[in-house]
Design a protein around this ligand. Structure first.
Ligand code: AP5
Ligand code: MG
Length: 389
């Protein structure tokens, strides 16, 4: 989920930007000020109580805010994410938000704080007063609201600074300019949240079979360098022609070819929230390369899953595959199969060590039927996703 707090003093443009953000990112909108005004219009008991305070520019009590937010979030349980406008406004409310999101098994992605000088805030709200009929838009009340912001709301920033998700944004400029600034930070936070899975395992372990299933199931992009290379060769592209001699001998193609293909795929798939990498990285050098490629788009490898299948079983599976239309060039020759299996064993030692040192390596039993193995892999991905949210 993409959960955002749009923060800032009264008149900073939170309501204005929120309208654009909820549309672009398809978010549920929770604006405590609007919800309170709605309660007042409907004349509910809560509304009556809030009215006195709002008219004076004072904050309403935290428990009242909890009540209206819970009511609203429960009504929108199935959502892509939530945009909070005007909440949290006190340090206590920051804890309330943590609790609410935790109960939904999610957490806050970022807090975007619109920064606008005081004189401009006052000018904007006085101008708004002429168009909208908000009875807290008089100079006296505006000044009290700003005071409440400085004393009670600013301390909230510390809460999120400590969690590294506080982003100050220049709130002066045209509405579109400011919207651009906000989107840039949000898009960056999104790629950081990506789930990037490296699938490791010897030839015949089922990486291709599982990679495709798992990518679909978890809505991830699927990048199999082998598949991409075979496609290039079939289409006779320049990359294909360069890669062909290596592939035919069962050798690893030069790194720059694979890098080009991966970079291209990462840009093609813009709607996914991460990728499954199959067949890359194969060497320690490629492991560094993948880190570099992902770093460039502000992301990283989330988990490396190694499918464990006994060598003899792999040998059997590849010999069987030779008889199908999925056969690879090396499947038909037992010597090439053995060469491939040995090469994996040697080259993967450092790759696995690299991920193990970062606590990212997870071993999964790759024996049993296809569905069983998929379930095991999914379980790992779900667990990692829960931990990184
Ligand atoms: P609330 O409704 O949240 O008001 P606020 O925080 O005071 O913020 P505003 O709605 O006034 O400003 P905004 O940032 O949304 O700016 P806008 O986009 O309209 O809260 C009201 C009251 O409810 C509080 O005082 C409190 O009593 C209570 N309350 C609410 N939440 C609470 C909570 N969590 N805890 C306790 N109490 C709570 O923009 C302002 C104007 O500027 C507009 O006219 C707009 O057109 C214009 N504008 C926007 N962008 C630009 C730009 N870039 N350049 C020029 N003009 C611009
Ligand atoms: Mg507002």
């Amino acid at each position: 989920m993409l959960n955002i707090v749009l923060f800032g003093p009264p008149g900073a443009g939170k309501g204005t930007q929120s309208k654009k953000l909820i549309e672009k990112y398809n978010l549920t909108y929770v604006a405590t000020g609007d919800l309170l005004r709605q309660e007042i219009t409907e004349g509910t008991a809560l509304g009556m109580e809030a009215r006195n305070l709002i008219e004076k520019g004072r904050l309403v009590p935290d428990d009242m805010i909890l009540q209206i937010i819970e009511k609203h979030i429960n009504a929108n349980a199935d959502t892509n994410g939530i945009l909070f406008d005007g909440f949290p406004r006190t340090y206590v409310q920051a804890y309330i938000l943590e609790g609410l999101l935790m109960r939904m098994h999610t957490s806050l992605t970022c807090l975007l704080s619109l920064e606008v000088p005081r004189e401009e805030l006052i000018a904007r709200m006085l101008k708004r007063a002429k168009m909208e009929n908000r009875n807290d838009d008089t100079l006296e009340v505006i000044e009290y609201r700003l005071l409440e912001y400085e004393t009670k709301t600013i301390p909230v920033i510390e809460f999120y600074k400590e969690r590294n998700i506080y982003f100050p944004i220049d709130g002066v400029g045209t509405v579109d300019e400011i919207f651009e600034r906000l989107c840039q930070v949000i898009d960056n936070s999104l790629t950081k949240q990506w789930m990037n899975v490296v699938l490791l395992g010897p030839p015949g372990a089922g990486k291709g079979t599982q990679g495709e299933i798992i990518a679909k199931r978890h809505a991830l992009g699927y990048i199999s360098t082998g598949t991409l290379l075979r496609k290039e060769i079939k289409e006779g592209t320049e990359i294909g022609q360069r890669a062909k001699p290596y592939m035919e001998k069962g050798e690893i193609v030069p790194d720059e070819i694979a890098v080009k293909l991966i970079e291209r795929e990462l840009h093609l798939e813009s709607k996914v929230r991460g990728f499954i990498f199959k067949g890359f990285p194969r060497t320690i050098v490629q492991t560094y390369i993948l880190d570099g490629i992902l770093k460039k788009i502000n992301s990283s490898v989330t988990v490396a899953i190694e499918l464990k299948v006994p060598t003899l079983e792999c040998f059997k599976r590849l010999t069987m595959r030779a008889k199908t239309d999925k056969a690879c060039s090396y499947d038909k020759d037992p010597e090439l199969i053995i060469h491939h299996l040995e090469e994996y064993k040697q080259k993967s030692i450092l790759v696995k060590k690299y991920y193990k040192n970062q606590n990212k390596l997870v071993k999964v039993d790759g024996t049993g039927d296809v569905a069983e193995v998929s379930d095991r892999i999914s379980e790992v991905i779900d667990k990692v996703a829960r931990m990184s949210r």
